[in-house]
Design a protein around this ligand. Sequence first.
Ligand code: ADP
Length: 506
Amino acid sequence: MSEKFIEFIKRILQKTVLPLRKKSDEILRKFYLSIAFRIAFYYVRLFIIFGVVFFVIVYGVYVELEVSRYNRYADNIVNTLKGGQAVIQENLSGEAQEEAALDELSMYRKRAYKESINPYEQKGITIRIRKGTDGPVVYSDIEDDAEEDRQLFNMLSYNYKDNQKVLIKKRRTYELAGTTYQVYLQFDITDSINNLHNFLLFLILLYFVLVLLVAKFGQRGIERLLQPLKNMSATANRLTVNNLHSERLNVAGTKNELKELAGTMNSMLDRIELSYESQKQFVSDASHELRTPIAVIQGYANMLARWGMNDKEVLEESVEAITNEAKSMKDLVEKLLFLSRHDKKTLHLERKLFNMKDVVEEMVRETKMVVENRSITTPVLQNVIVYGDQQALKQAVRIFIDNAVKYSENGDSIKISCRNEEGTCIVTVEDTGIGMKKEDMNKIFERFYRADNVRNGGVEGQGLGLSIAKLIVLNHTGTIKVRSQFTKGSSFSIILPDYYRKGFVK
Ligand code: ADP
């Protein structure tokens, strides 16, 4: 039953409150209403709802207290009536008894009023006495002979017909000398209830003024609290790539959610700035690297245009130089493309299981074919199964081997090994070449970074190889270990985890 009732109430609310709320949302959406105003409005609404509940409760409690107070009065009055009537009856008998009782009633009533009721509360109490429950009226001072209210004896009754009186009605019975009497009492509480109404009205007005004042001053306070939002919006409006490094949101003052937001936005701006700067650097470095081969090609083309056509030597030299530069440009562009694909997250790796030993062996064979004057050895070559993109990992190992060749001299030795350490694959390329200084070792994986001695030493390169190798290895959840001693040599190791144990391959 109660569940059905709750369901019913829910359905009614859904049908009335929800559409109303939707409609009001639709209307409100058309206006620009500040958050401060909305918060203030929200609280005013709450104040009004709770205010109404509060006043209804106050009113109810008052009425309840009044009604129970008059219950006590009624009992007292009836007792006194009964006592007074009994005294009279003791001194009379028979028919006369009844007559006297009737005659004396107004006296009893006076006594009753005087003795049993607080003299200040006497006003407005009227009674009617019946003999038996439905018998004749033996006494009544209720002015108009109004219908007795038989049910609602415990509530207020607003009797507006009768000069707007507010009455509390009570019924009592008592027995005397074998006869039942019924007393019907009316307490006129019009004055007291009017006082209460006036007082409540005054309180309600005062309450409304208070609510309006709270809303007004509260809105100001909220606006002050939300000021950081306005500042943020203004700062965000001013932001361009040119002032990205100088404009930051103010995070001074007490900590709160808005300051936290400002802090978060600042670190976001830091990251954007860093990424923007590195992109800018990348573009500038890439253009710089492309400028050299283009200038060389342009130079030879000019030379050809002037003398080359007829001079066979110049022609041959130019064609060779242009071919070389074109190749190095193609090389560079391919590397740039690889890095940009990675940055755009469109780098696609085709993973499969393969034996790294075969790949390393193949590369050693290829290197030995093209490189002379280096002693290339393979101290350890163990079978180790790797799950990854074979071409990409081959490219990474090739970068290390090419560097070992580039950064070593005639007669130096290069050791290439492939080890299987409990499933972990370690490919190491070790050379006895020029080595690196400590400060260079921290930077060699940055794009376009080249050690000064290398840059000035005339060794060709663009400083992109290690960045690419690092990306490939990281994409295979691997790591790179570097050891180097300046002028003594370097060793680079690619460490790829056991993909079976890591759960990549089941
Ligand atoms: P590049 O070789 O085209 O300059 P890399 O990214 O491959 O670019 O290498 C970056 C830098 O790291 C090199 O310029 C060099 O200074 C240093 N480096 C890399 N490998 C070695 C090595 N085997 N020995 C000494 N220095 C090396």
